[in-house]
Design a protein around this ligand. Structure first.
Ligand SMILES: NC(=O)c1ccc[n+]([C@@H]2O[C@H](COP(=O)([O-])OP(=O)(O)OC[C@H]3O[C@@H](n4cnc5c(N)ncnc54)[C@H](O)[C@@H]3O)[C@@H](O)[C@H]2O)c1
Length: 273
């Protein structure tokens, strides 16, 4: 049956940053297709509640774990615990990232390249790139030990493909040298994930790896920003948080069985303009 293509029946899927806006959507999607979402986040309370919610709603043995993906020892310990509990790991969604702040303190806007602190650069790389590498190292290796393999999905962004349009973040009345900007780390992390995707796609013969490049999600942004950003999107709007669920299921399931090393762009057309 064609519906079975999207089934994740009994597949254990590790989702990083699962307590965030999109992480919980990925987890819900996996559970709805009878998969077992394993929720990782530094926000322990949130992932535990979310896992309990998913168990109650969908009856799958989801679990939530406080794991800081920048810490190799925590990931190693967690991957051992997951294999002891479930016996196998079948999927990984590298979703966690720092959401770098665009605003600065006005006087010396730290988001600007000239002022950007190396500590913030390192912290953003640690979550977005080192964390994804470490998760591939442990959970990806476990997936590769499955005779039937599995799938890794790296959550990049439209800004992994195009430059941020810094005009979107301008504040009237501020001189140019303190205008807020989208920080450089976002572009570097998101394009770096595309490199990691291609590397992993060719590394294990039985593990597919693809990148998903989502466009911006509506999340109570102010009206002036919305008007500007929507004017740069052919579909004229931001995404709803649930609009990436279909793509995540596609990439995790047999529906994309011949797809690896690819970039799936879902951005309302933003990057084709
Ligand atoms: N929301 C958007 O508009 C949008 C657009 C394009 C791409 N994306 C990407 O989608 C992904 C999810 O975005 P979101 O909006 O849900 O972000 P979010 O900020 O709501 O969630 C990120 C989650 O990651 C967790 N996290 C941070 N550091 C961690 C660490 N060291 N270890 C474990 N967990 C950690 C946070 O606690 C948070 O729950 C990100 O990679 C983001 O860049 C988001």
């Amino acid at each position: 049956m064609i519906n079975d293509l999207f089934s994740l029946d009994n597949k254990v899927v590790v989702i990083t940053g699962a307590a965030g806006l999109l992480g919980r959507q990925h987890a819900d999607a996996v559970a709805q297709m009878r998969g077992i979402p394993v929720l990782l986040d530094i926000n322990a309370d949130a992932v535990e509640h979310l896992a309990a919610d998913i168990i109650a709603h969908f009856g799958v043995p989801a679990s939530g774990w406080a794991v800081d993906i920048t810490k190799e020892a925590e990931i190693e310990k967690n991957s051992t615990a997951l294999l002891a509990r479930y016996g196998h790991i079948d999927g990984l969604v590298n979703n966690a990232a720092n959401n770098p702040k665009v605003e600065g303190d006005g006087a010396k806007n730290f988001s600007r390249l000239e002022n950007f602190p190396v500590e913030v650069w390192q912290a953003d790389m640690a979550v977005g790139l080192t964390g994804s590498f470490l998760c591939a190292k442990y959970y990806g290796s476990a997936i590769a030990r499955n005779p039937q393999g599995g799938s890794i999905v790296n959550i990049s962004s439209d800004l992994g493909l195009i430059a941020p349009d810094q005009r979107l973040y301008r504040k009237t009345g501020l001189p140019d040298d303190i205008q807020p900007v989208k920080p450089v780390t976002y572009s570097v992390v998101k394009s770096g994930l595309i490199g990691l995707t291609r590397y992993l796609a060719t590394y294990w013969p039985n593990v597919r790896c693809n990148a998903l490049c989502p466009g911006g999600v509506a999340n109570n942004q102010d009206q002036a920003f919305l008007k500007e950003v929507c004017s740069r999107i052919p579909m004229g709007r931001l995404a709803r948080p649930d609009e990436y669920q279909g793509a995540v299921l596609f990439l995790l399931s047999e529906a994309s069985s011949y797809m690896t090393g690819a970039i799936l762009i879902i951005d309302g057309g933003r990057s084709c303009w």
